[in-house]
Write a protein that binds this ligand. Sequence first.
Ligand code: GDP
Length: 200
Amino acid sequence: SHIKQVEFVKSSPRARDCPRDGRPEFAILGRSNVGKSSLINSLVRRKEFALTSKKPGKTQLINHFLVNRSWYIVDLPGYGFANAPESTRTDWASFTKGYFLNRDTLVAVLLLVDASIPPQKIDLDCANWLGRNNIGMTFVFTKCDKVKGGKGTRPDENVKHFQDLINKYYQEPPPWIMTSSATGLGRDELLLHMSQLRNY
Ligand code: GDP
């Protein structure tokens, strides 16, 4: 399950522009600032590897990274950017939905959820949309090292609360993994999980 080699392949404006070599892929998705760039960099053990700009509207692009010449990590634009105009959010929705609904080689979505804050409606909405459309997903909780004092700021409580909300919707809740790019927590578990899904 180790990552020996990573190469950037291409940025695609639409699902139909994505690579067509049939290799399996994992899409990484989450709210802006969830820790997506940090997680991708920690997975591939490089700094500043993810090329996606954080400004919505500028990079409505699907970025393919080929791992070990055999499977892809796909970096999608972050959603729910606080300052994004409504039109940009709508663009995001149709653009990203097109990718999810048409990408046959998509093994699973890694939906990143910030464990250092209480459950956010936009993350639950995204999970429910993916679930309704039968798109396989794994919850990857980020920033699990971040412990502050006070109620509602502990990662384990936030994660439990999020799962309680999700469990209402699913007979079989999606798998989940606790991670921290700061400490490396969950990195090996996530890589193993992806290799098991690929070989399933
Ligand atoms: P992105 O916008 O989703 O790509 O998020 P970034 O990877 O740029 O991270 C957003 C902020 O969260 C930055 O200030 C990071 O340093 C911080 N961050 C990301 N991952 C972690 C983590 O695992 N632990 C902690 N404590 N902070 C993190």
